[in-house]
Design a protein around this ligand. Structure first.
Ligand code: PEP
Ligand code: MN
Length: 251
């Protein structure tokens, strides 16, 4: 169980929904999302400020300015902030703006980053490497732990297989396996895990049924205008529907 604040824990048996844009694009975009999530009762806002893009010419994120926007919106609407850090040099600065650090799929085995982030006192979400076995993923978490930080959340986000109908192959069996092998809370990212809007609801239901501690989903006020991952982002109406369905869904 991980303490987020005095009356908010992850891995306490409740299903936690984290939502937000793939990338922080502007104050206005983040403000719209923050206001919407607050009304709905979502408590953690995600948003990328440092984006690991395949193409160097694609939008790379707003960097430190993006973290400042997230922090301001978090304060305004009472939301906790999770954001990805890719570079050791950004860790200290980011500590003032984020509540949970995210290590992305592409950096799951960046051992120097893992060791350094493990020296902080904030919870860390470690996403599964797209080519990582479950054992390699757990060993990556051990690197963080060996630096002193045990507040680790593992996040299944799909792996590369020959199947290309979905962006990645969401390996949902990792949820009960991780539960069996470790004490860490497990999340599922159905957005990157499927890359298809219409699969996010069924993937979320399955995640909950398998005992996941929560999901992290990409949303955008206008997905068609998003600077990254618009094709897999839910609009507000779609997300509200997902949120209501999942809250009513019990096993
Ligand atoms: C993200 O969640 O913003 C992201 C880039 O995901 P992943 O590292 O899983 O590709
Ligand atoms: Mn994304």
């Amino acid at each position: 169980m991980i303490k987020i604040d005095d009356n908010f824990f992850i891995g306490d048996g409740n299903f936690t929904v984290i939502a937000g844009p793939c990338a922080v694009e502007s104050y206005e975009q983040t403000d719209k999302i923050g206001s919407f999530l607050n009304k709905l009762g979502v408590r953690i806002l995600r948003g990328g400020a440092y984006k690991p893009r395949t193409n160097p010419d694609s939008f790379q994120g707003l960097g430190l300015d993006g973290l400042k926007i997230l922090h301001e919106i978090g304060q305004k609407y009472g939301l906790k902030i999770i954001s990805e850090i890719m570079d050791i040099r950004d860790i200290d600065k980011a500590c003032s703006y984020v509540d949970i650090f995210q290590i992305g799929s592409r950096n799951m085995q960046n051992f120097s980053l893992l060791k350094e982030i493990g020296r902080t006192k904030k919870p860390i979400m470690l996403k599964r490497g797209m080519s990582a076995t479950i054992k390699e993923w757990i060993m990556a978490a051990e690197y963080i732990k060996s630096s002193g930080n045990k507040d680790i959340i593992l996040c299944e986000r799909g792996i590369r297989t020959f199947e290309d109908y979905t962006r990645n192959t969401l390996d949902l069996m990792s949820v009960p396996i991780i539960k069996d092998l470790t004490e860490y809370p497990v999340f599922v990212d159905p957005s990157h895990g499927t890359g298809r809007r219409e699969l996010i609801l069924p993937a979320t239901k399955a995640s909950k049924a398998l005992g996941a501690d929560g999901i992290m989903v990409e949303i955008h006020p206008n997905p068609e205008d998003a600077l990254s991952d618009g094709f897999q982002s839910l609009n507000f109406m779609e997300f509200e529907n997902l949120f209501n369905v999942i809250n009513d869904y019990s096993f």
